[in-house]
Design a protein around this ligand. Structure first.
Ligand code: CA
Length: 346
């Protein structure tokens, strides 16, 4: 039987967002991590130019590449850091426009492309409204936030209207990485440690732990959060996180939650493989989280899709596990089956 391959963390950008990034990068107020990132994503070298042209294409070129790579369905989202480096008004407008562009692409190729909406977290009420539009009018399957927004994390209750809407609409949040927040980025700047191999995972796993420890999932128990990159390392840490949390509770250093940190992680989080081609990492994640909570992602155009596909095609797991990771879990979590698709109004 031919495997259907669904890739859930596939990036694009609009020309308008890329132009606005250039303005931010030229300003003296640019965040240090984003300044470094700018050289990678908007640099003049041929590699950066190729990535940029691939990000802009969510039409014929994207589909041809998916055909060549053996990807059946791509779940697209605005690449990091998205609109989160703009002022709230600009960010809200550009997220709205980008969501229209993405929805049009998905409408044009409904069996090949699906979308995760962009929102401007720093205007929480507007983000909640945009989620409603994305779910009900645009047929989006979830939304994506690139970790911190100007150094702020979503555990702050001012952001919770976003989670209230997400739970009510059953829209999963893909918590995607970006470089560490300005308050902690300095020691990451040497040796390139701010970047995707390490700093991104530190930043994003910290963000996920803040969401767990603040009690978010007691308030919104049906929230679904997706982490890329094999859970940003957290499946490896869960036993120790629980163990030291219990000690901290015992000595009165932290507030006791109704459940263990690992229990929230297992119930409210799912992970994707994006960019991790490691059999030990996948097997540990399967053992810790089970085969229903892991999805495939290629992380196009940043990673080699061929490498990701070859890894999951050949890694020593059961065929049932391979099917769930490639397709079954994504169809369930993002409601990708045509019969489950919400009525698109526009
Ligand atoms: Ca990515």
């Amino acid at each position: 039987m031919k495997l259907k391959r669904i890739a859930v963390e596939e990036a694009f950008v609009t020309e308008e967002i890329a132009q606005e990034w250039k303005k931010v990068l030229a300003s003296k107020f640019v965040e240090p991590g984003f300044r470094m990132m700018g050289q990678t994503i908007l640099g003049d070298d041929p590699g950066a130019a190729l990535v940029h042209s691939r990000l802009l294409d969510i039409g014929a070129g994207r589909l041809a590449q998916m055909d060549a790579d053996g990807i059946d369905v791509a779940v697209l989202s605005i690449t990091s850091p998205g609109v989160q480096v703009f002022d709230a008004v600009t960010a809200t407008r550009l997220a709205y426009e980008a969501n229209d562009v993405l929805a049009a692409a998905a409408r044009a190729h409904p069996t090949r492309l699906a979308g995760l909406a962009a929102v401007a977290p720093h205007y929480p009420q507007g983000a909640a409204q945009e989620l409603e539009r994305a779910a009900n009018n645009l047929g989006m399957k979830g939304f994506l936030i690139n970790s911190h927004t100007m150094g702020e994390y979503l555990d702050d209750q001012k952001f919770w209207p976003i989670f209230e809407a997400a739970q009510a609409l059953d829209m999963p949040l893909y918590l995607h990485p970006r470089e560490p927040a300005p308050s902690m980025v300095a020691p990451f700047m040497d040796y390139g440690l701010y970047f995707a191999g390490f700093g991104f995972a530190v930043e994003t796993s910290l963000h996920a732990m803040r969401l767990i420890m603040c009690g978010l999932f007691d308030q919104f128990p049906r929230l679904k959060i997706v982490l890329g990159h094999m859970g940003e390392g957290l499946p490896f840490w869960l036993q120790r996180i629980d163990n030291r949390y219990l000690l901290q509770v015992k000595i009165g250093a932290v507030r006791k939650l109704p459940r263990l940190p690992s229990e929230y992680f297992r119930d409210n989080f799912v992970i994707s493989t994006s960019g991790v081609m490691s059999a030990p990492a996948l097997k540990l994640s399967l053992e810790v989280l089970g085969e229903d909570r892991i999805m495939f992602a290629a992380d196009y155009p940043y990673e080699s899709v061929q490498e990701g596909v070859e890894f999951l095609d050949t890694v020593d797991i059961t065929e049932a596990q391979r099917q769930k990771i490639y397709c079954g879990n994504a169809e369930r979590i993002f409601r990708l089956n045509p019969s489950d698709t919400v009525q698109v109004l526009s």
